[in-house]
Design a protein around this ligand. Structure first.
Ligand code: PDD
Length: 284
């Protein structure tokens, strides 16, 4: 039985309870983080906590737990659930209050929930095969830089991709790719340049994105942070996505057309390998 964390208690998952008045449930008034676990250790923990603080700040959501105590909770869950490889999910909402669009009183306690997912992440069949993606209109709100729990459209986009026989959707706004449904999106041009959309409110500022761009720059690869079109993907040598759950994940087909030779590319594979090595070495 999995053990989870709810508002100060570690409990078997069947005993964990959250109010039906929780604003996360009624208004999607909450933020989250997903942190990768390799060898029982947390990858880029402080990056995830910095982004959590930023998300909370953008929503004027008060939150009193320190990074130190959050680290202790993450570690306790990893240990109790014997997570060698997988993910830790953390969610903070504005808490439970009678339904009102106006935020509740400052004194209303947050709801804080964490749970683990045990999963083979490095050794992935999808990464070996390469993802097929389809493009869909980006119909999300205009603050995609805040990691809120309002994930209905990304979920619908993934379902539409699945219905078309693909693995994921890449979202398009004004003719340019923003990002994947739950990952950042990249192409590698035929001259070996890595192109990914620049940071703005249009995309989530991926923690993996930052680490992978560091790897690319250390490998002396050229990087262009700018929007790119579907046509550029069709003419690219390689494509990939990044996220805590997918690492560096090759994309080999878009809207039914192969990208490059239609197989995971060499630069993508190299970046995945270096990213995993560095993550193992720096995990805490
Ligand atoms: N998703 N873009 C979006 C829209 C995301 O939801 C995510 C993460 C990313 C990548 O961010 P990071 O590299 O920090 O994981 C980009 C997580 C994994 C999820 O919702 O499960």
């Amino acid at each position: 039985m999995r053990h989870v964390y709810v508002n100060g208690d570690f409990l078997p998952e069947t005993e964990a309870r959250v109010s039906i008045f929780d604003r996360g449930f009624l208004f999607a008034d909450g933020v989250y983080e997903v942190t990768l676990v390799l060898d029982g250790k947390l990858v880029d923990f402080s990056g995830h906590m910095a982004r959590l603080r930023r998300s909370l700040g953008e929503l004027d959501m008060r939150f009193s737990l320190t990074e130190e105590s959050l680290l202790a909770i993450h570690r306790e869950l990893i240990e109790r659930n014997e997570i060698g490889e997988g993910l830790v999910y953390l969610q903070v909402t504005r808490g439970a209050a009678d339904r009102d669009f106006i935020f509740p009183q400052e004194s209303t306690p947050n709801t804080v929930v964490l749970f683990t997912q045990k999963k083979a992440i490095v050794d992935s069949a999808l990464a070996a095969r390469g993802q097929h993606v389809v493009t869909l209109d980006d119909l999300r709100w205009r603050r995609c830089d805040i990691k809120t729990v309002q994930l209905l459209y990304p979920s619908m986009a993934k379902m539409q991709a699945k219905a078309q026989g693909a693995d994921d959707a890449w979202l398009v706004k004004d003719g340019f790719i923003t990002e994947g449904s739950s990952n950042n999106a990249y192409i590698v041009t035929t001259d070996g340049t890595i192109v990914t959309r620049d940071l703005s409110a249009d995309i989530l500022h991926g923690i993996t994105r930052e680490a992978v761009l560091h790897c690319a720059s250390d490998l002396q690869l050229r990087i262009e942070e700018r929007p790119f079109t579907v046509e550029e993907i069709e003419n690219a040598a390689e494509a990939f996505s990044t996220s805590a759950s997918g690492l560096v994940n090759p994309v080999v087909n878009i809207n039914g057309k192969p990208i490059g030779v239609g197989k995971p590319g060499a630069i993508t594979a190299h970046l995945r390998q270096i990213y995993v090595e560095r993550s193992r070495a720096s995990a805490i």
